[in-house]
Design a protein around this ligand. Sequence first.
Ligand code: ATP
Length: 236
Amino acid sequence: MISIRQVSKGFTVQGKQIPILSIPSWDVAAGEKIAIIGPSGSGKSTLLHLLAGIISPDKGEIHVFSKPLHQLSEAQRDQYRATSIGYIFQDFHLIPSLTAKQNIELVLPGTLLLKEKNNLLNHWFQQVGLHDRMHHLPSQLSRGQQQRVAIIRALIHNPPLILADEPTGSLDWETAGELTELLLNICLTEKITLITVTHDLNLAERFVKRVHISDLNEAHRAGKAPTAPSRKELAL
Ligand SMILES: Nc1ncnc2c1ncn2[C@@H]1O[C@H](COP(=O)(O)OP(=O)(O)OP(=O)(O)O)[C@@H](O)[C@H]1O
């Protein structure tokens, strides 16, 4: 379903090209639930951005659902993201002046009939356990509840692939565990492929498959890619 071949990606900083990722080969099968782990600055978010078509590789091939992302135009990549990808961020990016329900209505197609729209909204707010909070503003929701709304926003268009970048990074450990279980269960039921980036090894344990970025990334293994100090190191 996902196939990466000889992909490299770097960034130019002050005129100097810095290699970040160099992935000879990586395959993900449909329905897999994968936690990507690795130190800060090792390229985990960059990998998700490549898979979402937000950025393009400098070299190599990325196929997702047989689509050659490396060959798509920007408009085609926008279309790919709109139809095939649900993206969940660490910060929820909800619009503060809109209720939870209105935040989701914004991303629904205008062609839906009112009844279809309400059925869909009721279904998903039930699924994440927020059916009694639909009319709350984000500021009236806990952080865990706000992330549940963001999960609905990522899932409501039925994407076959969810990319989650530290989705529980700003939550306490108990809420983080609940949210991770919720996401895993929904993806299992809906047969969605889930790739989650996390720093939290305890949360990563809940995934059947864990991939360390340095096992994918030759640039990192070879010490070519710069790595920022980890949060743990910074906290010491
Ligand atoms: N647009 C950019 N321009 C220049 N350098 C960038 C850019 N985006 C990322 N980088 C660099 O690429 C490296 C990898 O960044 P990335 O965000 O992918 O790491 P990460 O593993 O997700 O880190 P963290 O766990 O801290 O979020 C970092 O050294 C970062 O500074």
